[in-house]
Structures are given as structure tokens and as C-alpha cells.
Design a protein around this ligand. Structure first.
Ligand code: ADP
Ligand code: MG
Length: 344
């Protein structure tokens, strides 16, 4: 689709490398360009390194278009999406879907397998029973009725035929725990395809960074203090390049009942109720869908099993439990800088 655009954009970059070789000075002109847009029900911010505002603009627009395109395919709430068609046809028939949709579902099923079902995107029928804005939660009977519909093993995909099928009627695949991380990664790929060598895409808290900043350093990303969930109140910062980071926290979407119980949007697929024990989970990996999906799944698994899985998968990560205790992978300890008291 963007072939013509890509060719046009690559020419100035070829010229740029030539002039770097000859004079060693052109690279200095590289600057940061940033643009935000409201997509996927949240704020998407894209930052690129470029030597021209035109090139930066074209690249960012291409990435935004790609997120829009993906959103139209994988949105859980839009009745027009391919995911909705798959859900409507649960227990009825296989549905043809684009390779992107199948790819995302396949990644979600991989996360489900690895987390032993703690991440289960077939949580759809249960998530629909909650409304966190209106402070609505289901009673136990309603949950019990829908729980048998939650089982990722009842979802079948056929990569060759590019189809997906939910085997039981009324099953429903909720992309909320994986779509943003997937889209951030894909948008970064879209930027690269236009010739951009460095940038960072943030779909809310699901972030993908590639290349280095103009100062030659990795991109700096913050992890929020789950105590407040405030974007100004950071627990720690770390450098990121050619990786994805996602944080799942109970502060994102929640309400508090009169008795003080907090109802938030990360549900234990076994009980249909908010997972307890953990306040936030951050996962850093090479794959956006995995950072997003595993952070949600590990939130449900809890600290002990969660840390074990992070190490097994070779991911970096951090878990804050409900006492404020921090658990971290060894690799992360070397690159994270805590704010506040520990700051040097
Ligand atoms: P956020 O949407 O705030 O980035 P997450 O990535 O953790 O947070 O995703 C939470 C969303 O994932 C929920 O709003 C819901 O749509 C879905 N979800 C909730 N619990 C699970 C679960 N156990 N497995 C898979 N998806 C889930
Ligand atoms: Mg997630």
C-alpha cells in the first residue's frame, strides 16, 4: 500500500548517509519530532528522530494510519471489527480474518499457554458483566453462569486458511489485555518501513522503542508508582531500545465499593473476579504483544509464579505486591533507576 511512499522517503536517507560519510556533520541535524492522537480509546504518542519535519510527519502519519487500521480489525467493542465477527459466530462457524488479526490471536494464545490460563483473552463474557465507570459488578450467580465460557483452549485458528473459531456459543475474545502492546510494536515497524531509524511509540502504557535518541542514548521510560497510578509519580526509570515495555496496574480502571473493596479490570479467569495480591506488573520483552499479555497474566499469577515465569521466558520485569514490596529480575536491577529516596 505504501510502496511509493517508502521509495520516496528512502532517497533522502541514502543521501544523508552519503553526506555523513563525506562531511561527518549531517547527522547532527537530527531532531526529535512528536505527535499525539486519540486512538484505541486512549492517547497514542509517537516520537521519531529525523532530519526533516516532512519526513517525520509522513512517518508518524503512516504509523497512525497503521494503528487505525489495526484498531478497525481487532477492537473488542466495535461491532465492525473482525474480532466482533469472530465473537458473533462463536459456536456457529469459522470466520475469515486478516493475517494481522490471526497473528495477534496466535500471540494471545501463546501467552495463555505460557501463563497456564492466567492470561485468557476469552474472558470477554465476564468482562462484559463489569462496568468500571458506572461501578457495576456482577453477583456470584452471574459469574458462575459465564465462567464455563472462559477457556482459551476452545479457540481454534487456522493460519493457512486465515480463519478463527470460538467453539462454544456465547464465547467472546477480549483483546483488551494485548491489543495495545501489539499495536505499539506494529506502529514502530511502520515507522521503520518509512526509513526512520529511531523512535518510540506509546499506546497509553504499552511502549515500543527502537534505535537511539539523537544524543546516542536509549529512550527513557518511567514506571508509575502503583500507589497513586499518577503519571507524574514515577517509581523508577530505565533506558529502552529495540524492546517493548508494558505495565498492568490495578489503578488503570477501577472503582471502590462502600466497604472499601477495590474492583479493578484485571480479572482472574478462574474466579471471574479482580486478581488480588499484586498492584502492578511491568514486563520488558522483544515483542509488544508479549510485554502486554504477560504483564496482565503475571498480575493474575502473583509474585512467586510470576517471577519464575519472567525468568523462564528470559524477560525483564518488576512486580509490586499489595504491600508495596518490589520484586525484580536480575537483568532489570542493572538498568533501572529508582526515584525518590534511593535516587542519587
Ligand atoms: P490496560 O488495558 O490498562 O493496559 P492490561 O493490559 O492489563 O491493562 O489489560 C487489562 C484488560 O485486559 C482488561 O480491561 C480486560 O479487557 C482484559 N483482561 C482482564 N483480565 C484478563 C485476563 N486475565 N486475561 C486476559 N485479558 C484480561
Ligand atoms: Mg496487558
Amino acid at each position: 500500500m505504501n510502496n511509493k511512499k517508502q521509495v520516496n522517503l528512502l532517497i533522502p536517507f541514502a543521501a544523508l548517509s552519503l553526506c555523513v560519510l563525506l562531511t561527518g556533520s549531517c547527522a547532527k541535524k537530527e531532531k526529535l519530532y512528536r505527535k499525539s492522537a486519540l486512538l484505541m480509546n486512549t492517547t497514542v504518542t509517537i516520537t521519531v528522530v529525523s532530519d526533516s519535519s516532512e519526513k517525520a510527519d509522513a512517518a508518524v502519519d503512516a504509523a497512525i494510519e497503521d494503528i487505525k487500521r489495526l484498531e478497525a480489525l481487532i477492537s473488542f467493542w466495535s461491532t465492525e471489527s473482525e474480532i466482533s465477527a469472530i465473537n458473533r459466530n462463536a459456536g456457529v462457524k469459522e470466520v475469515a480474518a486478516s493475517p494481522d488479526t490471526i497473528d495477534m490471536i496466535e500471540k494471545a494464545l501463546f501467552v495463555s499457554e505460557k501463563t497456564g490460563g492466567a492470561f485468557d483473552a476469552t474472558i470477554g463474557p465476564i468482562i462484559r458483566l463489569y462496568d468500571f465507570k458506572k461501578k457495576i459488578k456482577p453477583d456470584d450467580r452471574a459469574i458462575r453462569k459465564k465462567l464455563p465460557l472462559v477457556n482459551y483452549k476452545e479457540m481454534a485458528i487456522n493460519r493457512d486458511a486465515s480463519t478463527a473459531y470460538l467453539r462454544k456459543k456465547d464465547m467472546s475474545f477480549d483483546t483488551g489485555g494485548i491489543a495495545k502492546g501489539y499495536a505499539a510494536h506494529r506502529a514502530a515497524e511502520a515507522l521503520k518501513a518509512t526509513g526512520i531509524n529511531a523512535g518510540i511509540v506509546a499506546v497509553a502504557g504499552d511502549i515500543r522503542a527502537f534505535g537511539l535518541k539523537p544524543d546516542g542514548k536509549p529512550w527513557l521510560v518511567g514506571i508509575r508508582n502503583p500507589e497513586t497510578g499518577d503519571k507524574e509519580d514515577l517509581l523508577a526509570v530505565l533506558g529502552l531500545s529495540d524492546e517493548s515495555i508494558s505495565t498492568s496496574g490495578d489503578y488503570e480502571r477501577y472503582f471502590i465499593e462502600k466497604d472499601g473493596t477495590m474492583y479493578h479490570h484485571i480479572l482472574d479467569p478462574k474466579t471471574g473476579k479482580p486478581a488480588r495480591g499484586v498492584r502492578s506488573v511491568t514486563v520488558i520483552s522483544k515483542e509488544g504483544a508479549f510485554s502486554d499479555g504477560f504483564s496482565t497474566g503475571i498480575f493474575v499469577m502473583g509474585t512467586e509464579k510470576g517471577m519464575k515465569l519472567l525468568n523462564e521466558m528470559g524477560f525483564e520485569g518488576l512486580i509490586v505486591d499489595n504491600q508495596g514490596k518490589i520484586y525484580m529480575t536480575d537483568g532489570l536491577k542493572e538498568r533501572i533507576k529508582f526515584k525518590g529516596k534511593n535516587e542519587d
